[in-house]
Design a protein around this ligand. Structure first.
Ligand SMILES: *[C@@H]1O[C@H](CO)[C@@H](O)[C@H](O)[C@H]1NC(C)=O
Ligand SMILES: *[C@@H]1O[C@H](CO)[C@@H](O)[C@H](O)[C@H]1NC(C)=O
Ligand SMILES: *[C@@H]1O[C@H](CO)[C@@H](O)[C@H](O)[C@H]1NC(C)=O
Ligand SMILES: *[C@@H]1O[C@H](CO)[C@@H](O)[C@H](O)[C@H]1NC(C)=O
Length: 487
């Protein structure tokens, strides 16, 4: 028995957690909450925001982790205060100012977030924070905000190299720190200038692409880049499939306190089927993107509730020991005129368990075999025998009732025919749908084995070895004694 191999598999994450992140102690798991933009754009005011906060509370969404209420663009008045230079809130939208709104959000047990741009104007053509970082950060801290989403519009050309972009965003890191108020710092720099190389030490999350739109995989010229490494125009109207494609290689850059941001959720908005929304939500959890709802939370359908509160999927996102999922393969499949493919992804979870997702990006049903040789390639390379072991598998969407929502957590049932060796049973996956399984070593009821238990077993193993050696030594000594006597 080689319990040590389980530790080997966890090493990348353990090492990563010693890497220095932005030292504000926040977002140790990906942040969760709600943001105004996807549903309301610029049409916001204090009632919309407070009604949403109350709905989050009434629906119990905060219990699932959704606890930041973020005010996106278009909250600003037209001019800075001539004396203090602070950006006042638009008096028509926020007649009582921002602090009154933050206080009410806090009174509900939720936290408040705000938005600005590292430019002279925001994307909605309001006043930006470039070169006013300290004044603005101080004003937000005084209002009680605990989260900043910081956009990239109208940056006056101070981009194009990592240094230029980093300097601009680092000015806000310092300004936020100087306020003394811990605030999640969410960079919205659209994945340019190799943001994943410099953002992890200055922010809690960084956008990796242009803006999402509620489409599963439709191409749109406004999101023109095919790869983000050399992208000069990230744009907007990027589909779920496209953003996931950008995210595939980037998991290696994330760690506790520093996450790739695939943009806000479109679950519950017009434009995607139920299956497509499930792929979107599951994969954002698997790659450990922040989970920021973007729907009208005051008018949720049972289906939307059921998707956003699948505890077993949220557990993947919020598992303190889990690392962002990696894509193990992507295979082209027959498609009617499309760019159809099927993908296999895996995330390592705590206690030596795993989440494995198979996505059908084609517009035809697909039959897929998942071999453990593929799933456990990394473990095999580091001497693990995971591929030869027997695994229980739990389908994380099985039994979800989308019609009559119930907030009670479903007990997961192990997939029939298990435990499985060598491969999972052949999966049939509808077009634009996914299957996701938690995999746990046979007989562990889906929980795996905790590090404490592994430590105990490893000590026990060492003790047995030592006892074996002691016995051997004693026997040898007896033998020598007999030999000596015999002489
Ligand atoms: C400011 O930075 C210091 C050093 O990195 C850190 O210890 C401290 O927690 C930070 N404070 C805030 C409010 O983020
Ligand atoms: C994807 O779904 C289509 C249609 O449901 C199906 O024909 C196809 O076999 C599926 N592909 C995979 C690889 O599962
Ligand atoms: C939503 O679920 C509730 C039960 O939780 C049920 O009473 C209600 O009829 C459902 N709504 C719809 C539109 O089916
Ligand atoms: C890890 O194992 C412990 C005890 O065996 C259990 O209580 C815990 O829920 C497990 N964690 C996960 C994420 O399964």
């Amino acid at each position: 028995m080689k319990f040590s191999t389980i530790f080997v598999a966890l090493i990348p994450l353990v090492l990563a957690s010693f890497t220095k992140a932005l030292d504000n102690g926040l977002a140790l798991t990906p942040q969760m909450g709600w943001n105004t933009w996807n549903s309301y754009g610029c049409n916001i005011n204090e009632n919309i925001i407070l009604d949403a906060a109350k709905a989050i509370k009434a629906e119990g969404l905060d219990k699932f982790g959704y606890n930041y209420v973020v005010i996106d663009d278009c909250w600003q008045a037209d001019q800075r205060d001539p004396e203090t230079k602070v950006i006042p809130a638009d008096p028509k939208k926020f007649p009582r100012g921002l602090k009154a709104v933050v206080d009410e959000i806090n009174a509900l047990g939720l936290k408040a977030g705000i938005y600005s741009s590292a430019g002279t104007m925001t994307c909605g053509h309001h006043i930006g924070s470039l070169d006013y970082e300290e004044i603005d950060a101080k004003a937000w801290a005084e209002d009680g905000f605990e989260y900043l989403k910081y956009d990239n519009c109208f940056n006056e050309g101070r981009e194009g190299t990592s240094q230029l972009s980093r300097d601009r965003y680092f000015a806000m890191t310092n300004a936020l720190n100087k306020t003394g108020q811990p605030m999640i710092y969410s960079l919205c720099q659209w994945g340019m200038d190799a943001v994943e190389n410099w953002a992890p030490t200055i922010g809690n999350s960084w956008r990796i692409s242009g803006d999402i739109y509620p489409s599963f995989n439709r191409y749109d010229d406004r999101c023109p880049c095919e790869d983000m490494q050399n992208c000069k125009l990230p744009g907007f109207h990027c589909s779920v499939a496209k953003i996931l494609e950008f995210a595939a290689p980037l998991g290696q850059k994330a760690y506790p306190g520093a996450w790739n941001d695939l943009d806000m959720l479109e679950v519950g908005n017009k434009g995607m089927t139920r299956d497509e929304q499930i792929v979107h939500f599951t994969m954002w959890s698997m790659v450990k993107s922040p989970l920021i709802m973007g729907n009208v939370v005051t008018a949720m359908t049972n289906q939307t509730r059921a998707i956003l509160t699948n505890k077993h999927v949220i557990d993947i996102s919020q598992d303190v020991a889990s690392s962002p999922a990696i894509r193990l393969w992507k295979r082209k499949v027959e498609d009617s005129g499309g760019d159809g493919n099927v993908q296999l992804w895996k995330s390592s979870l705590s206690n030596g368990t795993y989440a494995v997702a198979v996505i059908n990006f084609s517009n035809k049903e697909q039959k897929v075999k998942v071999s453990f040789e593929d799933v456990f390639l990394d473990e095999y390379l580091s001497e693990g025998d995971h591929g030869d072991r027997a695994w229980d598998a739990y389908d994380l969407w099985q039994g979800v009732d989308f019609e009559t929502y119930s907030a009670e957590t479903r007990e997961l049932q192990p997939l029939e025919g298990g435990p499985f060796k060598e491969e999972l049973p052949e999966l049939t996956i509808r077009p634009h749908a996914l299957k996701v399984f938690k995999m746990a070593p046979e007989g562990t009821k889906g929980l795996g084995t905790s590090p404490e238990e592994l430590e105990r077993r490893s000590l026990e193993e060492k003790r047995l070895v030592m006892m074996g050696r002691a016995k051997e030594w004693q026997e040898k000594r007896e033998e020598r004694r007999r030999d000596t006597k015999g002489l």
